[in-house]
Ligand binder design. Structure first.
Ligand SMILES: [Zn+2]
Length: 477
């Protein structure tokens, strides 16, 4: 009987996924991969979400130990969550809860809906959260999942204007991270040329760009800066190279104006962003469209609502906030067999706009894109700020190098202090640069910070994800 329920709910879920997927292999128009979905009226998007939710909750209950225990503990049944209006009854799932499950049930935890017998049949590939906070959450995606993953990513990469004829050079190690693998698979589905860029250093990568003339590079924003500077050191001009598009992911970028502009100037190219999180993958997350970085308009990133339900919640009590108000992102992912999640707290601060975008897409947009997660918030003497707040100011300084770090420590009187280390070639002006930046930080972030101006090439170069914060406070030992 139990097995029968497991099988029947799985079948309904797989049929529901199939029913709402369309235009899997090729773009249907010049502007949209899937016009029917990308520009669907909002009531139609909500109807798709409701239909998927209705199939998802019984499937999770019967097939995921993590979710079954949670339903039982909360005294709820899958019938309690049948539509988006019911979602707020279900308290958000956070990283800590997933981490505890992973610790109790190593190495994968129990959130997946696939047991070992089915895994053998489906085949899988392993991905991991970056592990910057605590025990990494590890996920396996089946080859069924990969089909939906490729499709969702293809739709968003197409919206970024990456199309047949482009040659993409992904620059980074192909470890168990979703970003580069996700786009790699999507490019194969889109029939877009790729030059694999793993396993080489920045100099080797500049030679590939010079010799094979890719039109798109893909990496973290910090690393795209590093490779551009390396090209300059090698006597080449990145702004005159074949690169027309810089595709960034893994760290917030387009929402930090001074970083985005730095990249645009360095490469003489447009910057588009792909912003996600492993826990609610395989999926696309936030993605740029032709309207995302128009001058004199706030930067925006689309989310894809037929495959995910996005909400914003209050940072204090996790209750939903109305459209137009700032909150933390929560995602219900509806795009895989192995790894759907019900209200996972992704935790990016943003504001939503659900009016139709100038590009014609009807899916919700994050206004200001993304600038950091609640986990990244630093609290210094009661002042809360994101490292990206400092990044925005540092990168606005003329002639400052790309690397910087924020160091928090405790002084001899037991008071927490913040220092910002930057690099600048103009040694004579160091005093003035430091006091100007300190004044900017005081006025924008309301915090007193010491600024140290170091010689260029003092700070370590970023190889993949940048580590901008060093917390040496005694309370953090
Ligand atoms: Zn748009």
């Amino acid at each position: 009987m139990a097995q029968q329920k497991r099988d029947s709910t799985r079948q309904v879920w797989l049929e529901t996924l199939e029913k709402h997927s369309r235009d899997m292999d090729d773009p249907v128009s010049a502007d949209y991969w899937s016009p029917a979905l990308d520009t669907a009226p909002r009531d139609e998007l909500i109807a798709i979400q409701n239909d998927k939710l209705k199939a998802l909750t019984p499937f999770l209950y019967e097939n995921s130990d993590f979710y079954r225990r949670r339903f039982d503990r909360l005294g709820m049944t899958p019938h309690d969550i049948q539509s988006v209006d019911d979602l707020s009854k279900w308290p958000v799932v956070d990283k800590k809860e997933m981490m505890e499950d992973t610790i109790a049930h190593p190495p994968y935890g129990t959130f997946t809906t696939i047991d070992e017998e089915i895994w053998k049949d489906r085949g899988w590939m392993m991905f991991s959260s970056s592990g910057s906070t605590g025990v990494p959450r590890v996920f396996r995606y089946s080859h069924t999942d990969r089909k939906y993953w490729e499709w969702a990513n293809a739709r968003s990469l197409f919206a970024m204007g990456i199309q047949r004829g482009d040659v993409v050079f992904p620059m980074g190690g192909f470890g168990p991270h979703v970003f580069l693998w996700g786009i790699q698979y999507a490019f194969a589905r889109m029939k877009i040329a790729v030059i694999p860029g793993g396993g080489m250093d920045a100099v080797a990568r500049t030679r590939i760009i010079d010799r094979f003339k890719p039109t798109v590079i893909a990496s973290t924003p910090s690393y795209a800066l590093h490779v551009g500077r390396t090209m300059q050191n090698e006597g080449m001009a990145p702004e005159k190279s074949s690169i027309k598009t810089v595709l960034v992911g893994g760290e917030p970028c387009t929402g930090i104006d001074s970083t985005r502009e730095r990249l645009e100037d360095l490469w003489g190219a447009r910057v588009v962003e792909f912003y996600g999180c492993t826990e609610v993958a395989p999926h696309t997350g936030g993605y740029s469209c032709p309207e995302s970085t128009r001058p004199d308009k706030p930067v925006t990133a689309h989310l894809m609502e037929d495959i995910q339900i996005w909400e914003l919640v209050d940072a204090e009590d996790n209750q939903p906030v109305p459209i137009g108000e700032r909150g933390l992102t929560v995602c219900t992912s509806l795009n895989s067999e192995s790894s759907p999640q019900l209200r996972f707290l992704v935790g990016d601060y943003t504001v939503f706009d659900d009016s139709t975008c100038g590009c014609g897409r009807t899916h919700v947009r994050a206004v200001g894109a993304f600038t950091g997660r609640a986990d990244d918030i630093v609290n210094v003497r009661g002042i809360k700020l994101l490292p990206s707040d400092i990044e925005q100011l540092v990168r606005s300084v003329d002639g400052v190098s790309d690397e910087f770090e924020i160091v928090l420590s405790t002084n001899s009187e037991g008071m927490d202090i913040m220092e910002v280390n930057i690099e600048h070639h103009d040694v004579d002006a160091a005093g003035e640069i430091a006091s100007n930046l300190a004044a900017e930080i005081r006025s924008c972030c309301e915090i007193r910070a010491g600024v140290n101006v170091l010689k260029p090439n003092t700070l370590p170069k970023t190889e993949f994800k940048a580590k901008r914060l060093r917390d040496e406070r005694s309370s953090h030992e």
